[in-house]
Design a protein around this ligand. Structure first.
Ligand SMILES: Cc1cc2nc3c(=O)[nH]c(=O)nc-3n(C[C@H](O)[C@H](O)[C@H](O)COP(=O)(O)OP(=O)(O)OC[C@H]3O[C@@H](n4cnc5c(N)ncnc54)[C@H](O)[C@@H]3O)c2cc1C
Length: 415
């Protein structure tokens, strides 16, 4: 039986998973920072439960934290470099990783919805300078609107006389909430339209009426600051509506006429951003797998290394396979997003769902392989397990990802 087919000349090279030199360079550069700076600091900042400003500053000094770094990752036409950089950084530590990458959520929203003037004005202020780095926050969730973002209660009212927007409401769980230089707030301008009546607003540094609520004490990602944000008659200049008033008016008019759903467009945006979140989860999973593999070769019981028991060796084989499987889904979705492929089966959500669940499973198995040591804070795997769990919750819970995939593959509005 023939095992090959005749392909047009050059066609065999059309598909390759071999990384380019640029991709390998970024991978090695970020890995070096993760290994030499992030990982040694991880336990300390996890225990302190504080934003690791000195590490952010070091990242800013080498260009890893800042718009240029992010733009460099984004520039890769294959889409893979963003995923590769996130995997490496979060391999070092997810709490510090999120302290460094949390700002990119706000930046992505300004980049995605803002005018060129808004990008020029606000993105640099999200990052600050290498000597005085700043962070930014992207605030959507509210106490009564988590998975159901159409239920947002925070309002934005336009005061025409003063050309100001007035924001009122409470945001929950905001990464960098209250300590950010720039807050991007998603608020409703017309509640009857649900998520189609919402818009994003910049709250400039030092604006009165925005205050931080209680800082959340968390299970994991403890070096990343999470807090509620209160908006109490918070007045911002008219130019702080992302995209501008004309665009909003057109969008609202379309929504009232029942035109193409805003939420459909938003779903496509999520499909593009979710693989990056998945890549972070893979970084954690890979760290745990590598650690457990080394440990299993070293640790002896009953006169032999524990890896010489099939149950341990097979578990490690499955861990490696699951990590690689999740990475392939993340790379596929990253490539689809960057090259504008339609996400007909919600492949972005699929990649984040798989990666999050793999991270939880692999880190739990790693604890098991380390035995009692795995359960103590003397070893990093318990921290990785705590960190991994958030990846089945934020940026869309696993249930919501399944809902999105089920709707995409069935074409039905499954409730
Ligand atoms: C550390 C951390 C950082 C965060 N950072 C940010 C941030 O920067 N900005 C921001 O806006 N938000 C942020 N969040 C909020 C996060 O996005 C929400 O927690 C998440 O969307 C889930 O919402 P919820 O917690 O209200 O859970 P709920 O929506 O109340 O869900 C509870 C459970 O019900 C399930 N469920 C809900 N609806 C359905 C359904 N239709 N079908 C099946 N199951 C369902 C969920 O899957 C989940 O298991 C952060 C949260 C955490 C913990």
């Amino acid at each position: 039986m023939a095992t090959t087919v005749d392909l047009p000349e050059g066609a065999a090279a059309a598909f390759s998973l071999e990384l380019s030199q640029d991709q390998r360079d970024v991978r090695d550069w970020v890995h070096g920072f993760a290994k030499n700076v992030v990982r040694p600091a991880a336990s300390e900042w996890d225990e302190r439960e504080q934003t690791p400003w000195p590490v952010i500053q070091e990242a800013a000094k080498i260009g890893l934290y800042g718009f240029e770094g992010l733009a460099q990752f984004h520039a890769d036409p294959s889409g893979l470099t963003m995923a590769i950089a996130n995997e490496e950084l979060f391999w070092g530590d997810a709490g510090i990783g999120m302290a460094i990458m949390g700002t990119s959520l706000a930046v992505a929203s300004i980049f995605g919805s803002g005018t060129p003037e808004q990008m020029g004005e606000w993105i640099p202020q999200c990052f600050g300078t290498p000597d005085e780095p700043q962070v930014a926050a992207f605030c959507v969730s509210e106490p009564d609107a988590g998975s159901d973002v159409s239920a947002l209660r925070t309002t934005a009212r336009y005061d025409e006389a003063k050309d100001e927007w007035v924001l009122n409401g409470q945001k929950a769980w905001a990464t960098n909430g209250g300590i950010a230089n720039v807050h991007v707030i998603v608020a409703t301008v017309d509640r009857e339209l649900g998520s189609r009546g919402q818009a994003a607003f910049i709250v400039p540094p030092g604006t009165r009426g925005l205050t931080q609520g209680t800082k959340v004490k968390k299970h994991g990602l403890r070096a990343s600051h999470t807090a509620d944000v209160f908006l109490d008659d918070c007045r911002i200049p008219g130019r702080c509506l992302l995209g501008g008033r004309e665009k909003l008016a057109a969008r609202l008019a379309r929504a009232r006429e029942g035109g193409r759903s805003k939420s459909q467009a938003a779903m496509q945006t999520f499909e593009v951003t979710r693989p990056t979140v998945g890549a972070q989860a893979i970084g954690i999973a890979r760290a745990a797998y590598e650690y457990a593999l080394d440990y299993a070769k070293e640790r002896t019981q009953f006169g032999r290394a524990i890896i010489e028991n099939q149950s341990i060796a097979f578990t490690l084989a499955d861990m490696k396979m699951e990590v690689d499987c999740a990475r392939l889904l993340v790379w596929r979705a990253s490539w689809m997003g960057r090259t504008g492929q339609p996400f007909t089966a919600a492949e972005g959500s699929m990649s984040k769902l798989k990666a999050g669940e793999v991270a939880v499973w692999v880190t739990e198995r790693a604890i098991q392989i380390l035995g009692g040591n795995g359960y103590t804070r003397e070893f990093p795997v318990e921290r990785w397990h705590r960190d991994a769990k958030i990846y089945t919750i934020f940026e869309g819970t696993s249930e919501i990802q399944r809902l999105v995939i089920a709707r995409a593959i069935s074409g039905l509005q499954i409730p």
